[in-house]
Design a binder for this molecule. Structure first.
Ligand SMILES: C[S@@+](CC[C@H](N)C(=O)[O-])C[C@H]1O[C@@H](n2cnc3c(N)ncnc32)[C@H](O)[C@@H]1O
Length: 247
């Protein structure tokens, strides 16, 4: 693992989403099943991410992954691109350990920060050409999402790109309607989970997931200073979406 550098940060910063750490430790195996059975459309998302990076960067580029988890999606997406530097941030130590294994033989430099991404982005002076986040910032409040998006806008500079994959509220913006539709998806598609796993993951969704409508995700990008912001992929049931933001 000569190319992988792991940074441990002291807990001086505030953990905005402490629940996520407990959830990771208790529920990563559930999430892993969802990735393996592709019920969240990760394969399409990884391919889209790959294609966009290949098309956009014909020169070496740096890549920042917010809430990297085990970095498996990014690893797939980055293979065959001109990436020269990968930086992943996650608050869960097991995620950092898994990401270090996944990226051990990557042909680019890897830096992994065991850290809260809210704190990391608030204190980040260095730029990145591409920023990516999958299924992680919907835990934040609307206002905290707005702050984070502005910080991401500053990180990508004039030529960069931000790509995001997150849950999406139905156009009426009602969280209760979203949860009802999501529950149907869970019961019909997430059949690899045991009844207990469904109960556990549903508790997390009900208590921690605060999606935005597609329009709001786009407006958050514009408000952050991205001149181009659009949805480029509709995930399962229209309840997830991939967004592309450029200065
Ligand atoms: C659902 S997983 C997504 C992992 C990966 N992005 C993917 O798409 O497969 C959520 C990840 O976000 C991390 N996470 C959640 N909130 C965080 C925060 N405030 N700071 C750092 N990591 C966070 C969790 O530890 C977990 O690894």
């Amino acid at each position: 693992m000569v190319n992988v550098h792991i940074h441990q940060f002291s807990s001086g910063g505030v953990i905005a989403d402490a629940e996520a750490l407990a959830v990771f430790q208790a529920q990563w195996s559930i999430y892993q099943k969802l990735v393996d059975t592709d019920v969240l459309d990760h394969k399409v998302v990884a391919r889209l991410l790959h294609d966009i990076l290949v098309e956009k960067f014909t020169r070496p580029f740096s890549f920042l992954e917010i809430a990297c988890g085990d970095a498996s999606i990014a690893r797939q997406a980055l293979d065959g691109t001109r990436v020269s530097h990968y930086h992943g941030i996650d608050m869960a130590q097991p995620a950092i350990d898994l990401a270090a294994i996944k990226l051990a033989d990557a042909p680019y430099e890897v830096v992994l920060d065991h850290r809260d991404f809210v704190d990391a982005l608030a204190r980040r002076p260095e730029p990145a050409d591409a920023v990516w986040c999958g299924l992680s910032i919907h835990h934040l409040s609307h206002d905290d999402k707005a702050v984070l998006m502005r910080e991401i806008r500053n990180v990508v500079g004039k030529e960069g790109i931000f790509l995001l994959y997150e849950p999406v509220l139905l156009p009426d913006g009602d969280r209760k309607h979203f949860l009802k539709a999501y529950r149907v998806l869970v019961e019909t598609e997430w059949t690899a989970l045991t009844a207990q796993e469904v109960t556990d993951i549903w508790h997390h969704i009900e208590t921690c997931d605060f999606p935005e409508t597609s329009r709001e995700w786009i407006e958050l990008g514009h408000a952050a200073g991205f001149s181009q912001a659009r949805q480029i992929f509709d995930g399962p049931g229209g309840l997830l979406g991939m967004f592309r933001y450029e200065p």
